[in-house]
Design a protein around this ligand. Sequence first.
Ligand SMILES: Nc1nc2c(ncn2[C@@H]2O[C@H](COP(=O)(O)OP(=O)(O)OP(=O)(O)O)[C@@H](O)[C@H]2O)c(=O)[nH]1
Ligand SMILES: [Mg+2]
Ligand SMILES: [Zn+2]
Length: 384
Amino acid sequence: MDPKDKAEIRKEALRAIHRWVPLEEQKQRKLRSKERRANAPRKRPRKREWGTEDEEDGFEPVSSRPGTESKRARQVEVAGEVSFGAGRVALIVGVQRGRVRVMVDGEELEASLSQELARTQQSSIAVGDFVELDEEGEGARVIAVRARRSSLARPDPANADRERVLAANIDLAVVVLSVVSPPLRPALIDRFLVALDYGGVSPVLCVNKVDLLGDESERDRVLEILAPYRELGIPCFLTSAESGEGVADLRSVLASKTCVFTGHSGVGKSSLLNALDPSVSRDTGGVREGDGKGRHTTTSSALRVMATGARLIDTPGIRTFGLWKLDAEGLRRSFREFEDFRGSCRFRDCTHVHEPGCAVVEASRSGAIAPSRYAAYRRLLGEL
Ligand SMILES: Nc1nc2c(ncn2[C@@H]2O[C@H](COP(=O)(O)OP(=O)(O)OP(=O)(O)O)[C@@H](O)[C@H]2O)c(=O)[nH]1
Ligand SMILES: [Mg+2]
Ligand SMILES: [Zn+2]
């Protein structure tokens, strides 16, 4: 064996000792990765020419936190002493300070929040939550929140220790981007996929405003950007809320699901909701002349039930998307294409950065892993 490699192995062994994890945690990790592998779509790595995108995404740093627990098991326990079953169960369709709009037995009404819930409402109550109402006194009051099966959350920009839940109990998140005004920023996609994976939510990518594309080559460029995500089995749509292109296809994947629409301001989230179901009637706004940025027209999340039964959640455009409670291992897990190479790296706990014999680095060089995705991994890892 090359003495250099030997020295490297010795160094790695020493590092491993410093990184020693208790047996129980190791078992848990193994189980989690096994579960993930079983769920990941099978595919053979294929060589391909990828367009690389070295775009500044300008987002706030990912918050680094140890001890990321399994997202699917993450449940919110609030107002715990009140048991479910006493009052009517309602669905939250809108949240204001200290108050919520709920849908219960087919009608919409306003409800206040119990003191405990009002104090923690940014993390404890979100559009899409199922709650229990106390209707004994004057007006309805929310007294308990059911455990969530999934959520989309990010750190509170004002307090990184606090979680801000954007929507709860969602089946699908439609990440909306636009081809121009505002311009397409692929870096946002990778960041979103990590957050959605952590929240246990399936993603759909929707590139809107395709009516503004010039010639075929511009469309090809968009398809090229989407290619790595299609390979991952993520449904991708090209839409125009203006001309209606792609809207029927998008509608068909949303049927009977709870879907949150998210993305930068001005990309056309509200316009798309209106195109999907005119009865939704959400306010839409223009984009700024100079830089094509949105005007933050939608200011709070709202859930609408479509005629098809799909529940669509419109959210305000986001400027930043810090990732919540993410550690390096969690980040690696959310890059699903890396799983195909698990066990092929020379070191079992390879970080896929500097180690010799790294199968992931090799795969990104050969094109089996899209170089743009590997670059995204390095970028996000660098923020931890
Ligand atoms: N040409 C074109 N314009 C669109 C399309 N979709 C939306 N727009 C326009 O883009 C602008 C912003 O649309 P909105 O639907 O308000 O965007 P949004 O994502 O909801 O923005 P926020 O609520 O600020 O987050 C409006 O002027 C829309 O008319 C589209 O498919 N094609
Ligand atoms: Mg909007
Ligand atoms: Zn590796």
